[in-house]
Structures are given as structure tokens and as C-alpha cells.
Design a protein around this ligand. Structure first.
Ligand SMILES: [Zn+2]
Length: 501
């Protein structure tokens, strides 16, 4: 069998082509011709609505970078090339010859999969840092019941577009939009259009609406959750596109059971906040389990104050989790449960959650869970614990930020690692800048030292969306105007003076 990747660099992890359970990957690994043929065939059956158009033209050769594939079978390389054919990664190994390819020089860069965010309320995209000192109660009052209650479809379009472009700019190539702003079907259409226009890979998680009282089930114009059937038909009939569909659930156990049914009726996965602050101590998941509603199709967000039985239920039913460590420390959700998840044998994914208090990049998220977990272990040692847990490593944190995110977003077959056959969601992080040069440890540089300023180039499904530190094909003047207009309109509607000092 002809191997495109360098199996010898796998460091004893074995070759994916030889694993019997990976038949699709095996097929895609076999030859470059097979890879191209497969991607052409898949694109031919895509539906037109939001179907992913493969980039036309020449292959792209990312040349001479320090490659962190995040796939143990592919391995890492001091210097190697990544060949992108259409929307797909065709090969990852040193010295690839591709005479027709457009070359991206990566000799001063780390090349790795894009970051994957598993929970962000993107409708707040023009309310960034509006609540830097706020608690969770303040957030509900100000962001949800004051600003959110008054948002119109044009506002949420601008917000989603801004948040999505910001994600791409910081190397987050896939983001789950936890979208509880669906006051009308027009809000929903606008949210989806904002995501589609940005070029990001996104999971649209269809949620409820916002109003002044917080009793969101009383919003007469809301079609939640039933409208998810329309969304499946109108926008998400194909999986071969950048946007995929989830349901964002919340409320009483009875209401959530109905929402879960609506999601499962259309084959959508589910995302839900649990274990948040005092309110998270209601044994909610035990009640859901009594109704036999817990399955492997669900991502549980925060999980800070769940009881041990609930943790076991998540583990036993095969759910995934999302830790938004930075906001959890700021706003009173409870201690980010990184160690608890590890103790339970669950590898967490990470999320930004709210740009109203949290920076939009993943470097912050990685460093938060890294330092908090280590602090917890040191504290136990200092307290005389003779059998403390292991320290988290930077590589584990990088896996949380990429591969585990892909799993929680239901996309592990497509993204999350630089694996031949997967979609080409790739970032180049500059190593010739003053915060890391001359770098000594690639994974350490990314997790402990880098920031958004190192994000030089971004590819999503083989399309270059950022190059030389600048977004490609984005009209920044139009984007800024949309954001400003939405901000002014929303402040006025919410009767909040628009003062920045
Ligand atoms: Zn949230």
C-alpha cells in the first residue's frame, strides 16, 4: 500500500491505514488520486443551499513548517509540508513534490489544526467587553434581558458575522454558535446568514429567545423548538457543508425533554448548560436520566457543580463536555472541572462562551485550564496529599483545544487534526515574533507564550481565509459599519446610554 504520510515518524503509535476500523481513512490514505476523486464525488452530491464549494484551482503546498498534526499516527515534524488538494488534506510529510501547487512558506511557522470552540453565544458579537466586572446575575440582567430582549434580525446578523470573523482572525476555525436569540424565525435566518457569510466552519445550535422577564417560553413569536424541522430541511439537509445543526437546550426537565425530542426527530445533536452555580445543584441530569433522555449525542457545558452521580451519567451515556474556564472563574459558575473530568475519564473540550466578558481567542482558554489544574494539584500537594493527580501537560491542553473540540462538535471525522483525508482546517502560527523567538518547544510555545498576534495564515476547508496576518476577502469598512449600526440600534432600543467611558 502506498502511504502518503510518514508512518516512520509516528513514534510507535502505528499507522492509520493499518487500523481495521478506519475504512474511510484507509481509502483516502491510499493514493493522492483516490483522495481527489473522493472529494469530487462528495461535492457533487451536496445540496445548493449552504453547500461547501471546494476551492477551485491549484493545490496548496504549505512548505517547511514545524508541523504539529495532533494525530499520533501522523506524528509531529521539525520541518515538513502539508499538501492541500481542494478542501482536503492530501499529505503531511517532509519534502512533498507538487509542481503545480501554490506554495505557502511556513519556514517561520508552526502548522497545526485550527482551534475548535464548542460553545460561544455569537449573537453578542457587538457587545464585546460590555460587562467586564459582571457576575452571572448581572449577565442575565444586562446582556440577556436588556440588550438581547431588544435585538432585531439585522442586529444578530451583524453580531454573528463579527464574532465569526473574530474567531477566524484568532485561529478558531470551527465554532459552535450557542444561539439563544431565536425570538422569530427571521432572527434564525439572520444568524445562519451571518455565519455563512463569514466563511467560518460553524455548528449552529438553535436555541430559545430572549425577553425582559427571562420567561422565554412566553415569547409569542418564537417557534422554538419546533422550527428546527424547517432548519434541517431549508439549510442543513447536507452534512457536506461548513455549517451543521445542533439544538441548544435549556429550562425545566420537562421542557428539555421536549426539546431533546425535537432535536432527535431531525437527527440533530444537542448542547446544554448544566452544573452552573447554585442553580446547578438541582440533580437535573438525574431527573433527565429517570426519563431515559441521556444519550451520547449531547455536550454538557460548564459542569462545575454537578454531583458525582451526574458525572457518572455523562460518562456512562457517552456525552462530551465543554469547559469555559475563563468565564467560570470570573462570573461564579464554580471551579472549572478539568481535574474532575479527567478523574472520570472524560477529555474536555474548551469554549469562549461570552465575548461580553471574555477575549475571543483560544490562547486564553488553554492557559486558564492549564494553570488552574496545576494550581489545584500543587494545592493538594501543599496540603499533604500523598497521592495527588498528575499535572496536565501542554500537549493535553492542545488536544482539548483541537481534537476534543472536534469530537464535541460532532466533526471528529472531518477536522481536529492534520490527517490525510480530513478537511483542511489549518493554522500557521508565526515563530519569528518577539513573544516566542527563538522558540524552543513547539507545543510549549503555542500553549504558554503565543497570542492572536501569532496567527498568520488560516485555511478552512482548503480555502485561505487569512494570509500574512490579514483576513482575506473581508470588507473591513462594511463590517465595522454593520457592527456600529447594530450597536447604536440595540442600545437605543434597550434604552441604554451608549457611553464608552
Ligand atoms: Zn454559555
Amino acid at each position: 500500500m502506498a502511504h502518503l504520510h510518514n508512518a516512520g515518524a509516528a513514534g510507535g503509535f502505528g499507522c492509520p491505514c493499518c487500523a481495521p476500523s478506519l475504512s474511510r481513512r484507509q481509502f483516502l490514505c491510499t493514493t493522492a488520486v483516490a483522495t481527489i476523486a473522493a472529494s469530487t464525488a462528495v461535492s457533487a452530491i451536496a445540496t445548493p443551499a449552504l453547500a461547501q464549494q471546494p476551492p477551485t484551482g491549484r493545490p496548496i503546498l504549505i512548505k517547511g513548517g514545524c508541523v504539529l498534526s495532533l494525530d499520533r499516527a501522523v506524528g509531529d515534524f521539525e520541518a515538513a509540508d502539508v499538501l492541500v488538494q481542494g478542501k482536503t488534506i492530501a499529505a503531511v510529510r517532509p519534502n512533498i513534490e507538487a509542481p503545480n501547487a501554490e506554495v505557502i512558506d511556513a519556514s517561520n511557522a508552526i502548522v497545526m489544526p485550527g482551534f475548535v470552540d464548542t460553545h460561544r453565544h455569537m449573537w453578542q458579537g457587538f457587545l464585546r467587553n460590555v460587562l467586564p466586572d459582571g457576575s452571572l446575575d448581572d449577565y442575565r440582567t444586562v446582556v440577556q434581558r436588556t440588550f438581547g430582549a431588544k435585538m432585531v434580525p439585522d442586529d444578530v446578523y451583524a453580531a454573528n458575522l463579527l464574532s465569526a470573523l473574530g474567531a477566524i482572525d484568532t485561529g478558531v476555525t470551527c465554532v459552535l454558535d450557542w444561539s439563544h436569540i431565536q425570538n422569530t424565525p427571521e432572527h434564525t435566518d439572520a444568524c445562519i446568514k451571518g455565519l455563512a457569510d463569514s466563511g467560518v466552519r460553524a455548528v449552529f445550535a438553535y436555541g430559545a429567545g430572549q425577553n425582559e422577564t427571562g420567561r422565554v417560553w412566553e415569547i409569542a413569536t418564537s417557534k422554538y423548538p419546533g422550527d428546527i424541522a424547517r432548519l434541517r430541511k431549508q439549510y442543513f439537509s447536507s452534512d457536506d457543508q461548513l455549517l451543521t445543526l445542533y439544538l441548544a437546550a435549556g429550562g425545566t426537565p420537562e421542557a428539555v425533554q421536549e426539546q431533546f425530542r425535537a432535536a432527535r426527530d431531525v437527527g440533530a445533536r444537542i448542547t446544554i448548560h448544566v452544573g452552573v452555580g447554585e442553580g446547578g445543584r438541582s440533580a437535573f441530569l438525574e431527573k433527565m436520566n429517570a426519563a431515559q433522555a441521556l444519550k451520547s449525542d449531547t455536550t454538557y457545558i460548564h459542569c462545575c457543580t454537578l454531583n458525582d452521580t451526574e458525572w457518572k451519567l455523562i460518562k456512562d451515556t457517552g456525552g462530551t463536555i465543554s469547559i469555559a474556564g475563563y468565564v467560570e472563574t470570573l462570573m461564579g459558575h464554580g471551579n472549572p472541572p478539568t481535574q474532575k473530568a479527567i478523574d472520570m475519564g472524560i477529555r474536555p473540550s474548551l469554549s469562549v462562551d461570552v465575548e461580553t466578558s471574555v477575549p475571543n481567542d483560544f490562547f486564553t482558554q488553554m492557559r486558564t485550564v492549564f494553570s488552574l489544574q496545576k494550581n489545584e494539584v500543587w494545592a493538594r500537594r501543599l496540603a499533604g496529599d500523598k497521592n495527588p493527580p498528575k499535572f496536565l501537560t501542554v500537549r493535553e491542553v492542545l488536544e482539548f483545544a483541537t481534537f476534543e473540540g472536534a469530537k464535541a462538535n460532532g466533526l471528529e471525522r472531518k477536522i481536529g487534526s492534520l490527517t490525510p483525508g480530513k478537511d483542511a482546517d489549518i493554522i500557521l502560527l508565526r515563530t519569528d515574533q518577539l513573544n516566542v523567538m527563538p522558540f524552543n518547544n513547539a507545543v510549549g510555545a503555542v500553549v504558554t507564550s503565543m497570542g492572536p498576534q501569532n496567527v498568520d495564515t488560516v485555511l478552512i476547508a482548503g480555502k485561505v481565509t487569512k494570509r500574512d496576518g490579514k483576513l482575506v476577502g473581508v470588507d473591513m469598512a462594511r463590517t465595522a459599519k454593520l457592527g456600529r449600526e447594530a450597536q447604536e440600534r440595540n442600545y437605543k432600543a434597550a434604552n441604554v446610554p451608549n457611553k464608552r467611558i
